[in-house]
Design a binder for this molecule. Structure first.
Ligand code: ZN
Length: 287
C-alpha cells in the first residue's frame, strides 16, 4: 500500500494511492497515518479494504508529510562510504546518530525556507524507515518486523550551523521545513529489497545526487537493531538512513549551496518523488 496524508498543513486527512494512481479517502477508516495505524494489525486492517469502495479525494490537494505525529526523527550521518569521503570525514566504525527536530517536518512538495542569513543550505536525498512496532533491544534478524514501510526524506541541512557553530550537528538540521517526508509511506511488503533502490536529486534540473541504497555502510536491519539498543522505537518514529554522494558541500572545485528561488526534485525507486521550491524564511506566521 501507498499511504499518505493530504489537505492543509495541520489538517491533513489520511488517504491511500489506489492502483490507478487516484487518492482514496481513509478518514472513515482511521484517524491518521500515525501511531496505531502503522502497527502490523493496523496495516493488515487497511490491506483488507478494497480501494474501489473508498471515496475518491476531490481535486488535487496538497500532500502533507506521509506520517503524522512523528515522535522521533532519528538521522544517521555518513552512512555511505563515498559521501563520507566527499565530506572529508572518516568512515564511521559505528553508526553516527543525530536527531532532527520534528518541527522541521513538512510535506513533500512544500516550500523549503532558507533561514535569515543562512549561506550554506544543502540537500540530502535519503531513505526513510517508518517504525510500525515498538522496538527495544531487537536483534538484527528480527529488526524488519518492526518496520511499517519506507518513504523519501530530504535531510535539508545548513552546513555552517551544523559544522561551524560548535557542539553537535542538530543546529543545522532542525530548521522549519528542513524535513520533507513523502509523498507516500510505501509499506514494507511492496519494498522487497530496501538495499537496492536507486536514489537521485536535482537542483534546477542539474542532477547532483545519483546513488543507490546498495552502498549504505550500515543496512536498515542493522540500523533499527543498533538504534534500539540506545532508545526505544515507537510506531510513527522515522529513521533517515543517510545520504549518498553529491551534496552541495561536496562539489568541486567549490561547494554549491541553495538560495531562494530554486527547485529541488528528488526521488527513490518505488517511493515516488518530491519537489520543493526554496523561499526566504517566513518571519511572521509562525506555525
Ligand atoms: Zn542526512
Amino acid at each position: 500500500m501507498k499511504l499518505l496524508r493530504c489537505g492543509a498543513a495541520g489538517q491533513e486527512r489520511p488517504a491511500l494511492l489506489d492502483p490507478q494512481g487516484r487518492l482514496r479517502d481513509l478518514s472513515g477508516q482511521v484517524p491518521d497515518i500515525a501511531g496505531d495505524t502503522l502497527t502490523p494489525a493496523g496495516l493488515q486492517r487497511l490491506a483488507r479494504l478494497d480501494p474501489a469502495t473508498l471515496p475518491l479525494v476531490e481535486g488535487r490537494p496538497r500532500l502533507g508529510p506521509c506520517v503524522g505525529r512523528v515522535g522521533k526523527l532519528i538521522c544517521v550521518g555518513l552512512n555511505y562510504s563515498d559521501h563520507a569521503a566527499e565530506s572529508g570525514m572518516a568512515v564511521p566504525s559505528e553508526p553516527v546518530l543525530f536527531m532532527k527536530a520534528t518541527s522541521a517536518i513538512c510535506g513533500p512538495d512544500d516550500e523549503v525556507q532558507i533561514p535569515p542569513g543562512a549561506q550554506k543550505v544543502d540537500w540530502e536525498v535519503e531513505l526513510g524507515v517508518v517504525i510500525g512496532q515498538a522496538a527495544r533491544y531487537v536483534s538484527r534478524e528480527r529488526a524488519l518486523e518492526h518496520v511499517a514501510g519506507y518513504c523519501i526524506v530530504n535531510d535539508v541541512s545548513e552546513r555552517a550551523y551544523q559544522l561551524e557553530r560548535g557542539g553537535q550537528w542538530d543546529k543545522g538540521k532542525g530548521c522549519d521545513t528542513f524535513g520533507p517526508l513523502g509523498p507516500w509511506l510505501v509499506t514494507r511488503d511492496e519494498v522487497p529489497d530496501a538495499q537496492n533502490l536507486a536514489m537521485w536529486l536535482e537542483v534546477d534540473g542539474t542532477r547532483y545526487q545519483n546513488g543507490s541504497t546498495r552502498t549504505m555502510i550500515f543496512d536498515v536491519p542493522t540500523l533499527v537493531s543498533y538504534i534500539s539498543q540506545f532508545m526505544s522505537l515507537q510506531p510513527g518514529d522515522v529513521i533517515s538512513t543517510g545520504t549518498p554522494p553529491g551534496v552541495g558541500m561536496g562539489q568541486k572545485p567549490n561547494p554549491v549551496y541553495l538560495k531562494a528561488g530554486q527547485t529541488m526534485r528528488l526521488g527513490i525507486t518505488g517511493l515516488g518523488e518530491q519537489c520543493q521550491r526554496t523561499v526566504p524564511a517566513h518571519l511572521e506566521n509562525l506555525r
